[in-house]
Design a protein around this ligand. Structure first.
Ligand code: HEM
Length: 397
């Protein structure tokens, strides 16, 4: 079933209000635009390089790839959101976020956004969530105050973190819309929840698929190494040349869209689809996971084959190819595509450049278990434990 319709009087689903529209606009235009995402390049490169250095010390032993990728992504998001001011709070934020994700693991994106409505209806875990909510609130309050008190105002666009940008928006009252401090906290926390888990899940699935498909792994590594060796630097500047790597990420998102059920929609007017009458106000759930595996649109739909995107180069994830919507479509579409893709592509490129990867003893490529578990994002059931072997360009044939 790819689209579910049902009438709902539940408070879980609140129609979009003016607040939501404004915040969405701010997220898309001010916070997560391509230029801003570019300005976080050095953060990405530094954090992934730190990971590469750490992995180098573990050569020959299995590492928990899943948890390492998760912590790198949360560091990148933290630094992008709070700048250097996050350092004193980093451990607390990461553990609170981890706890939130664990508590919410039975829920999905559909339940979470806009998060403002979330706490109103989750009953069983309400008290723990409320305690966490207070902790998060206190922590964000401190960080925002530190930003407000910073003696030197940040004027250079490139040095602005997301809190700086939101405080600037708060100052510039736009035709009567006032962004409160609570709004700022909610936006930042939504970005954490929506951005970190989805991105690290994507990197994890991509690596798992490459481990399961050695031919694709070889092809991706050959491309990444050819480009980085020719340019002479291992950084973000040449990622745009890595067409096969990009196809690997696209194929990963086709088979494993982390936000499988998208955000819920509501029918604004009565309509008829395939003879079925859909009344006004029906809640609509779109199953992007099932759409990406529909044999009507995809040849050998269950097979991991990045090459399919060379055969159909026009299929893109920007919300206009309806057979492929890992970031959703229309006004509820993900505002974090550029940030998510930049983090995913750089991490994969660097980890595939610097290391060859082996499965621990006794596990064959074909045997790698790809069972999924359903939560905020659809993750692999098992953490990915794999063995790094350092690549030395000078020794390569
Ligand atoms: C590979 C990474 C990512 C994937 C696959 C992904 C996917 C999605 C999907 C499917 C939705 C719902 C869209 C819809 O219903 O039409 C969504 C919403 C959202 N995403 Fe992402 N996302 C990713 C990364 C990010 C990042 C890095 C950020 C922020 C830094 C982010 C922020 C958000 C926010 C704030 C929403 C809610 C938008 C709303 O309520 O309208 N996402 N994302």
């Amino acid at each position: 079933m790819e689209i579910l319709f049902y009438n709902s009087t539940s408070t879980a689903f609140s129609p979009y209000g003016d607040y939501w529209r404004r915040v969405k606009k701010i997220s898309t235009i001010e916070l997560l635009n391509t230029k801003r995402v570019q300005s976080f390049r050095s953060i990405r490169e530094e954090e992934v390089s730190n990971l590469v250095n750490w992995i180098s010390t573990k050569e020959g032993s299995p590492i928990n790839f899943t948890s390492k990728v998760y912590s790198v992504n949360s560091c990148i998001t933290l630094r992008a959101a709070f700048g250097t001011k996050s350092e004193g709070h980093r451990d607390v934020i990461q553990s609170v976020m981890q706890e939130t994700l664990e508590l919410l693991s039975g829920f999905d994106l559909v339940d979470l956004f806009p998060s403002i409505g979330m706490l109103q209806w989750i009953t069983g875990i309400r008290s723990r969530l409320e305690k966490l909510h207070q902790e998060i609130d206190r922590m964000l309050e401190n960080i925002i105050n530190e930003h407000k008190q910073a003696a030197v105002k940040v004027s250079e666009e490139n040095n602005k973190d997301l809190v700086d940008v939101l405080l600037k928006v708060q100052e510039d009252v736009d035709d009567g819309f006032h962004l409160t401090t609570d709004n700022i906290k909610a936006v930042i926390w939504d970005i954490f929840l929506a951005g970190t888990d989805t991105t690290s899940t994507t990197i994890n699935w991509a690596m798992a698929e490459l481990m399961k498909n050695p031919r694709s792994m070889k092809k991706t590594q050959a491309e990444v190494r050819q480009v980085f060796n020719r340019i002479g630097t291992v950084d973000e500047s040449s990622i745009s040349e890595m067409k096969f790597l990009k196809a690997v990420v696209k194929e990963t998102l086709r088979l494993h869209p982390p936000g499988a059920l998208l955000a819920p929609r509501e029918c604004r007017e009565r309509c008829v689809m395939n003879g079925l009458e859909i009344p006004i106000k029906t809640k609509v759930i779109v199953n992007a996971w099932a759409i990406g595996r529909d044999p009507e649109y995809w040849k050998e739909a269950e097979r991991f084959s990045p090459e399919r995107f060379f055969e159909s180069p026009l299929i893109d994830y920007r919300g206009t190819s309806f057979e492929y919507i890992p970031f959703g479509a229309d006004r509820r579409m993900c505002p974090g595509i550029s940030f998510g893709m930049a983090n995913t592509e750089l991490a994969l490129a660097m980890l595939l450049y610097h290391f060859d990867w082996k499965l621990p003893d006794g596990i064959q490529h074909d045997d790698l278990d790809m069972t999924e578990i359903f939560g905020i994002s659809i993750r692999r059931k098992d953490e990915l434990n794999i063995i790094p072997i350092v690549y030395h360009p000078s020794l390569a044939a």
